[in-house]
Design a protein around this ligand. Structure first.
Ligand code: FES
Ligand code: FES
Length: 169
């Protein structure tokens, strides 16, 4: 009787929210499924699973990435930050505070991706206006239509940073 060959397992290492993980994964496993299904980091959401909605956005080496489109093996050695890793020392990230203060979620399903995307936007450093916030967050869909509140929240964090940078120059 023919035996079904075992699935190939590729060793990779990922630093996720500051913790090094040595893992073995099949080459077809996405970063999203690895995070959710194997590491129980379920804050990152699976929406469309095809790069259309942004619900799965995480930061990979500081840049925002749709984790549903990224094969885990292709990110070997990377630093990953998920929504679970944004709070530091028991303090919420300023974007998380702003989202709460601005009531920037309704069902909240898109919110982890929105906040991770906004964190990436802040790090990129080239967004300077509300119109640009909306443009540069346009890959993140919110079916509830909380866009105004989301833009308010991101603006609350971004604008003081721009003002502080200009004052220092
Ligand atoms: S789940 Fe990845 S973009 Fe929609
Ligand atoms: S709050 Fe974003 S989809 Fe509902």
């Amino acid at each position: 009787m023919n035996q079904i060959p075992p699935h190939p397992q590729i060793p990779i290492s990922l630093t996720i929210n500051g913790t090094l993980h040595e893992l073995k994964v099949e080459p077809w496993v996405t970063l999203l499924d690895l995070l959710r299904e194997r590491l129980s980091l379920t804050g990152t959401k699976k929406g469309c699973d095809q790069g259309q909605c942004g619900a799965c956005t995480v930061l990979v080496d500081g840049k925002r990435v749709n984790s549903c489109l990224a094969l885990a093996v292709s990110r070997d050695g990377a630093e990953i930050t998920t929504i679970e890793g944004l709070a530091q020392n028991g303090e919420l990230h300023p974007l998380q505070v702003a989202f709460i203060e601005r009531d920037a979620f309704q069902c909240g399903y898109c919110t982890p991706g929105q906040i991770c995307s906004a964190a990436g936007l802040l790090a990129e450093g080239h967004t300077r206006s509300r119109a640009e916030i909306r443009e540069h967050m346009s890959g993140n869909l919110c079916r509830c239509g909380a866009y105004t509140n989301i833009a308010d929240a991101v603006e609350d964090v971004l604008m003081p940073r721009i003002a502080a940078k200009e004052a220092a120059e």
